[in-house]
Design a binder for this molecule. Structure first.
Ligand code: 4NP
Length: 153
C-alpha cells in the first residue's frame, strides 16, 4: 500500500507521520511506499522543523533525510491513500482531484481513529515543542492502525 501524508508546510506534521509509518512498514516487512507533501511553498526543499526532528528522534525515528515538497496532481497516481491533517489540507487536495477515484483516496488521518468526524491533527508550528509530542502520539496511534490494516489485507 502506498501512502501519502499531507499537511501545510510539510515540515512538522506530515514528515513525522511519514517517518512513523515508514518505520512500521520496514519493521513489519509491509510492501509499499510512504511519502509526505504540503501546500506552502515557503519551506520547499527544507528539512523538517528542528522540533519535529527532535520529537521523532526521541521515539527512535530519524526524519532528517526528508525535504519538503509540494503536493502534485501526480500524487493521485502514485498513492493508494492520501491522509490529510486538517480541513485546509483537505480542501487543497480535493481541489486537485480529477475524478471520483482520486477523491476516494483522500481522508483525514484522524478518521482512522474517529471515523467520520473529520477531526484535525492540530498545527504545532506556532506552539512549543510539547505540541509536537502531542501530535506525534496522535499520529502514532493512527499509523499503527494503518500498518495493521495493511498487514491483514
Ligand atoms: P506543518 O506546520 O503544516 O505541520 O508542516 C507548518 C509549517 C510551516 C507553516 C505552517 C504550518 N508556515 O506557515 O510556514
Amino acid at each position: 500500500m502506498n501512502v501519502l501524508f499531507v499537511c501545510l508546510g510539510n515540515i512538522c506534521r506530515s514528515p513525522m507521520a511519514h517517518g512513523i509509518l515508514r518505520k512500521l512498514f520496514t519493521e513489519r516487512g509491509i510492501q509499499g511506499s510512504v511519502d509526505s507533501a504540503g501546500f506552502e511553498s515557503y519551506h520547499i526543499n527544507d528539512p523538517p522543523d528542528d522540533r519535529a526532528i527532535e520529537t521523532a528522534e526521541a521515539h527512535g525515528i530519524d526524519i532528517r533525510d526528508k525535504r519538503a515538497r509540494l503536493f502534485s496532481v501526480k500524487d493521485f497516481d502514485r498513492f493508494d491513500r492520501i491522509y490529510v491533517m486538517d480541513g485546509n489540507n483537505h480542501n487543497d487536495v480535493m481541489y486537485f482531484a480529477r475524478n471520483e477515484k482520486d477523491k476516494a483516496k483522500v481522508d483525514y488521518l484522524m478518521n482512522i481513529l474517529h471515523p467520520g468526524r473529520n477531526l484535525p491533527v492540530p498545527d504545532p508550528y506556532y506552539r512549543d515543542i510539547g505540541a509536537c509530542e502531542e501530535v506525534f502520539k496522535l499520529m502514532e496511534q493512527a499509523c499503527e492502525r494503518i500498518a495493521h490494516q495493511a498487514t491483514v489485507k
